[in-house]
Design a protein around this ligand. Structure first.
Ligand SMILES: NC(=O)CC[C@H](N)C(=O)O
Length: 192
């Protein structure tokens, strides 16, 4: 059975594991870099990107996840996870993993819209996906190799660059696990 990890330093871990298991793979909470050898793909969850970034540095996840990506293993960043995989963060001198060719803006929806839910069309998924946004980031700019999968009010909220997948929202907070299934397909393809 395919094993997919969820980076478990902070944030929405259990919900992602549920999504992975509902899609038919095994979900594993990842707390140490040694565990990365056991898994074929990883989800970096929502939470607080500055905190997760600090913990990633403390526990040596920056280099290890960069190597994981170099081996072509899929990585899915949701909300804070999207910020963590981005090459650039608007207004911040240093990004974190610097993997996906995009510039992201944190807390981009402003105070009055701190959290909301909507149904979004997503390229590659037939019917609209239920999306929960919580102090969500936006993708302001993408490089030529990045495929835009979804927009909300003309702003990019989901994208893919080869084995890297990013969503501004929380696909793990509803019963709609089709984005987890989409990621599982990416992991299966990377094995073929
Ligand atoms: N729900 C989330 O993951 C919010 C992300 C958070 N606003 C950040 O900048 O890290």
């Amino acid at each position: 059975m395919i094993k997919i990890g969820v980076l478990a330093l902070q944030g929405a871990v259990a919900e992602h594991i549920r999504g992975i298991e509902q899609s038919g793979a095994q979900g594993i909470a990842i707390k140490r870099i040694e565990q990365l050898d056991e898994i074929q793909g990883i989800i970096i969850p929502g939470g607080e990107s500055t905190t997760i970034g600090k913990l990633m540095r403390t526990y040596h996840f920056i280099e290890s996840l960069q190597q994981f990506s170099e081996r072509g293993k899929p990585i899915f960043g949701t909300c804070a996870g999207l910020i963590l995989i981005a090459k650039e963060i608007t207004g911040q001198a240093e990004a974190h993993l610097k993997l996906m060719d995009m510039t992201v803006a944190r807390n981009a929806f402003g105070r009055q819209r701190e959290s909301f839910e909507t149904d979004l069309p997503l390229k590659g998924i037939e019917e609209k996906v239920r999306a929960v946004f919580i102090r969500a980031p936006l993708i302001e700019k993408v490089g030529a190799g990045v495929d835009v999968l979804s927009t909300y009010q003309d702003q990019i909220v989901a994208a893919q660059q080869g084995h890297l997948l990013a969503a501004s929202f929380h696909p793990e907070l509803t019963d709609d696990y089709r984005m987890h299934a989409y990621f599982l397909d990416m992991v299966k393809q990377s094995q073929a």
